[in-house]
Write a protein that binds this ligand. Structure first.
Ligand code: UDP
Ligand code: MG
Length: 328
């Protein structure tokens, strides 16, 4: 019987400091699994400005299992994951970070859950956030709670991008060709039987996190607009409430005028109300704008990534270095 193949997909952005440690670890784990599983290591160089790409080339020259795609610029981790899944050849695929925060020693356990046929997808969740900033953890938690409430898709608390899945799930994820890719939402949306394994947070081996507070905020807003239209409905609801309020005010003002006459007063109230309603209108137009801009980008059908160089597994190799790829 043909041995099954596992594609290990690793998005890398300026990871020269951890790359060789990661490679050593993954090789060690793959030796343990060698009896039952072949492996392909597919690194996605997300427009790194350091020595990540030359290092990947060296690895690929010495180890035939190493493949890579190098983007023409930084397209973001989500685009990296998409490119990896699209170009992987394995019967199974696993997505993991290069910084060893996704411990490779879980791979055998994950693989066995899939091989038994009981699950289609195995995902890792952090049970704690030790080592992570308090403020960052707090906002992260708030975001996932809010997202779960308004988009109706269940993103498990502490869910990471560390996932192993069958080819069927890979194809399902790839069939969602949207430009605004919120991978955690996409995985929840496609469904399938998912097993969750909890693990303790691991600190980055070396290098620094590529996420700033600003980029995380943008990520969370993208996550909400990608899967929920509830914010759009808020404006209709508020509009309705304000209509009722205005009607009540009208009655109050009429009664007041009839009973007490009409001394000119209430200037502060007037200004407050004008400011409040003006502010709300701008806010709602802003929300509309967010959705509109997302729709605008989708309509353009831009590629999710552009590859500058790549070395892929044999069947794909003939395609050579065509300077693009993507969406059918
Ligand atoms: N990454 C990427 N493109 C980016 C940012 C990050 O491919 O624009 C990769 C990065 O190299 C790493 C993974 O995504 O392998 C997770 O990034 P990081 O460790 O910085 O995130 P954190 O663990 O702090 O959430
Ligand atoms: Mg990390």
């Amino acid at each position: 019987m043909r041995k099954q193949c596992l594609s290990v997909i690793v998005p890398c952005y300026n990871e020269e400091e951890v790359l060789s440690a990661f490679y050593q670890e993954i090789c060690r784990v793959s030796e343990g699994l060698a009896g039952e599983l072949d492996m392909e290591f597919l690194f996605i160089d997300d427009g790194s400005k350091d020595r990540t790409l030359p290092m990947l080339k060296e690895l690929a020259a010495s180890d035939g299992r190493v493949h890579y795609i190098s983007f023409s610029r930084n397209f973001g981790k989500e685009a990296g994951i998409y490119a990896g899944l699209k170009n992987s050849v394995g019967d199974y695929a696993v997505v993991m970070d290069a910084d060893l925060q996704h411990p490779p020693e879980y791979l055998p356990e994950m693989y066995r859950s899939l091989a038994s046929g009981e699950f289609d997808c195995v995902a890792m969740r952090r049970v704690d956030r030790t080592g992570e900033g308090k403020i960052r953890s707090f906002f992260s938690r708030c975001f996932y709670r809010l997202n779960r409430k308004i988009s109706g898709i269940d993103i498990v608390q502490g869910a990471t991008d560390y996932r192993m899945m069958t080819r069927q799930v890979v194809d399902a994820v790839l069939s969602m060709s949207e430009y605004n890719r919120f991978t955690k939402g996409i995985f929840a949306w496609v469904g399938f039987r998912t097993k969750w394994i909890g693990y303790h947070n691991v600190q980055r081996t070396a290098g620094t996190s590529k996420w700033s507070f600003g980029s995380l905020l943008r990520y969370s807003l993208d996550g909400i607009t990608a899967f929920s239209t509830v914010p759009l409905a808020i404006s209709s609801l508020l509009g309705f409430l304000f209509c009722i309020l205005a009607f009540l005010m009208m009655i109050v003002v009429l009664v007041k005028t009839i009973v007490w006459g009409d001394p000119v007063a209430g200037y502060p109230t007037l200004i407050t109300v004008i400011l409040l309603i003006g502010g709300l209108q701008l806010l709602m137009i802003g929300i509309l704008g967010q959705y509109f801009s997302k729709a605008y980008l989708e309509i353009k059908h831009r590629p999710i990534y552009i590859a500058k160089e790549q070395r892929l597994a044999e069947p794909e190799k003939e395609k050579g270095n065509e300077a693009s790829s993507d969406r059918e």
